[in-house]
Write a protein that binds this ligand. Structure first.
Ligand SMILES: Cc1ncc(COP(=O)(O)O)c(C=O)c1O
Length: 375
């Protein structure tokens, strides 16, 4: 489905770090943080072990407590709601907009209560959420906004990079992301108090000036090691080229898919002035049997994924929190009709043709009524 873009410079730098003997809390962590802050346009960056850890710390700092509510989207990777549960908070799901696939800002205000602690929009698949409207609502109700930008490094909303709109934002660098650190994530914020607290929380609750075995608060081990930070430094030095390659692959997919009836790519929309492509997802027309198409493609050796099953319908959300089908109809409908195709920056024209031919063949085989998909 995806493949990290690792070059000889990445390998050389990580090897050098291994040889240095300083494998944690070293110069590359600081370098990586400074470079990310500069790239995103935020005052502070605090690197963490993964995106989920970053979101968890933000929920803690936003004051999410037992029963504290956080308004978010059900159409996302499960971690964006789990981070609320870690603090015994309650994810308050709001349905999505059918075009952007992001939280429907028209429904957000009605979901705010006296217990609302935060709004957590997700820039899903790299498409920025409507941050102007969300921030206006948040300001009216004095609620904290945290951006889940895990899928959106480099995306721009109305000409400005995501990660600069909320009180804080989280990026993630798992190997399927636009750039990778292996496992890894970063929280960016303009607030020096948040930055200080994040540094303490990720480091077992140690204070900035305290001793190694003095713990100011209950913290976590959410540190990012030096090899990961070094890989991040190396990857970030060519991030624009990585994003450019992914964008070119997406453009080739758009072209190749035009000949396949019933298949619609997800396109930049609304305030998106730059889409940083995380995955390449298409929507299938109603009536096209997604599972059969995916199976037919798998039989041809082409993997696909149903990004994303709605979070509220995950087995433990249904079992432990009582969610059921029908509560968020748009997210559920979108979820049933989306298919992620293999995607990374080094797919060539031949690879893309092969995937699109495979998709056309699958549709012709399982839905002959939609035949006409040119193979
Ligand atoms: C929207 C979203 N939030 C959070 C995460 C969690 O990031 P990580 O896997 O680094 O913990 C991901 C990762 O895929 C994600 O896509």
């Amino acid at each position: 489905m995806s493949s990290p873009d690792i070059n000889e410079d990445d390998i050389a730098l990580v090897t050098e770090i291994l040889r240095s003997g300083q494998l944690s809390i070293g110069p590359y962590l600081e370098k990586f943080e400074a470079l990310i802050a500069d790239y995103v346009g935020a005052r502070h960056a605090v690197a963490v072990a993964n995106g989920t850890a970053g979101l968890h710390l933000c929920m803690r700092l936003a004051g999410v407590d037992d029963g504290g509510e956080v308004i978010t989207s059900p159409f996302s990777f499960v971690a964006s709601a789990n981070c609320i549960l870690y603090e015994r908070g309650k994810p308050v799901f709001v349905d999505i907009d059918e075009e952007s696939l992001n939280i429907d800002t028209r429904l957000v205000e009605a979901a705010i209560t006296a217990r609302t602690r935060a709004i957590l929009p997700i820039h899903v698949f790299g498409q920025p959420a409507d941050m102007d409207r969300l921030n206006a609502i948040a300001t009216r109700h004095s609620v904290t906004v945290v951006e889940d930008a895990c899928e959106a490094l480099g995306s721009e909303y109305k000409g400005r990079k995501v990660g600069t709109f909320g009180q804080a934002a989280v990026f993630a660098f798992y190997p399927n992301k636009q750039m990778t650190t292996g496992e890894g994530g970063v929280v960016v914020t303009d607030d020096p108090e948040w930055a200080k607290a994040l540094r303490s929380l990720r480091n077992q609750g140690r204070a900035e000036m305290g001793g190694w075995l003095t713990h100011d608060r209950l913290g976590f081990n959410y540190r990012l090691d030096e090899m990961s930070a070094g890989l991040g430094v190396s990857q970030l030095s060519r991030v624009e080229s990585l994003l450019g390659q992914r964008s070119a692959v997406a453009a080739r997919y758009h072209e190749a898919l035009k000949r396949i009836p019933g298949v619609r790519p997800i396109m930049p929309c609304g305030g998106t002035t730059r889409m940083s492509w995380f995955v390449y997802v298409v929507r299938l027309d109603d009536g096209l049997p997604r599972e059969d198409i995916a199976q037919h493609m798998a039989a041809q050796g082409i993997p696909t994924r149903n990004y994303f099953p709605p979070i509220h319908l995950q087995p433990f959300y249904r079992r432990d929190y009582g969610y059921r089908p029908g509560q968020f109809p748009i997210a559920e409908r979108v979820s049933a009709t989306t298919l992620a195709l293999p995607f990374h920056g080094r797919l060539n024209d031949q690879d893309i043709e092969r995937v699109c031919d495979g998709l056309a063949r699958a549709i012709n085989a399982v839905a002959p009524a939609c035949a006409g998909a040119a193979v």
